[in-house]
Design a protein around this ligand. Structure first.
Ligand code: ADP
Ligand code: ADP
Length: 237
């Protein structure tokens, strides 16, 4: 479970990224955060794996205030929270398989991974993950030889290989055309249902959010201005 308690974040230049956020996200939910560019969606999501650090309040993840984390605790948090980015964040010159195995980094350790000393189970998990997003035939292609949609599927496979408890997807379809966007959202939803991974996705299209979310959080200027099930959206907005 994730709970934001009076969370605020002021960037060093004085910009208020988050203002007084109170939100509780239960295990297994598929939450979509919507809002215009600059609304604070990315800041919200990045607070959860501490890519950014809120300046006030408490952020409780599985009974611990993660705002106090450093060192090893922070590494464990980032292994537990799998991140998906708008621009895929793959190592472009590496092949698909190596990119997906990188999902084991947090479990295996950097030194072992440098020497490609992944365990048999890690390799098996990487294969399985690639099959689950239907991209196994590209296993020995370089990442930069793939289309955007294929690269995003590889990044989903990497997150699956990581076996996180939470998936945080920051505008995962913003660079993709509509059919490819739907394909990516369908995979994210399927994984949420099958593996019961709590999933938080940022989107800037409300239609797409309505189609996939269990619950929608609307943000504007760093604040939560709507929080409810999809069924409540049309009446109040
Ligand atoms: P996006 O809208 O895709 O999140 P942005 O262009 O807003 O991308 O941000 C790109 C990067 O620049 C991010 O790392 C973000 O934290 C940083 N950034 C955004 N706005 C500012 C700002 N006003 N000052 C400094 N850094 C910023
Ligand atoms: P969204 O993801 O909804 O586009 P962001 O969380 O990226 O919104 O940004 C929220 C606000 O914080 C914006 O005003 C943005 O310019 C600002 N911001 C984001 N990153 C930084 C940063 N590193 N430094 C300063 N301001 C930032």
């Amino acid at each position: 479970m994730i709970e934001f308690k009076d969370v605020g974040l002021v960037y060093p230049n004085g910009t208020e990224g988050l203002k007084n956020i109170n939100v509780k996200i239960n295990d297994g939910e598929f939450v979509v955060i919507v809002g215009l560019s600059g609304a604070g969606k990315s800041t919200f999501i990045r607070s959860i794996n501490r890519l950014v650090t809120p300046t006030t309040g408490e952020l409780i993840l599985d009974d611990e205030n993660i705002l106090k984390y450093s060192g090893n605790k922070l590494r464990m948090l980032r292994t537990k929270t799998g991140m998906i980015f708008q621009n895929y964040n793959l190592v472009k010159r590496s092949n698909v398989f190596k990119n997906v195995l990188a999902g084991r980094l947090g479990h295996t350790g950097t030194i072992r991974s440098i020497f490609n000393q992944y365990k048999k189970e890690d390799v098996a998990l990487a294969y399985e993950s690639l099959h689950r997003v239907n991209i196994a035939e590209k296993i020995y292609n370089r990442a930069d030889e793939l289309s955007g949609g294929q690269q995003q599927r590889v990044s989903i496979a990497r997150v699956l290989t990581q076996q996180p408890k939470y998936i945080l997807a920051d505008e995962p379809v913003a660079s993709l055309d509509p059919p490819t966007s739907h394909q990516v959202m369908t995979y994210l939803k399927k994984i949420n249902r099958e593996d019961k991974i709590t999933t938080i996705v940022n989107l800037h299209f409300i239609d797409m959010a309505m189609e996939y979310a269990d619950r929608i959080i609307g943000m504007r200027a760093g604040e939560v201005v709507f929080d409810g099930p999809v069924s409540e959206v049309s009446e109040s907005t």
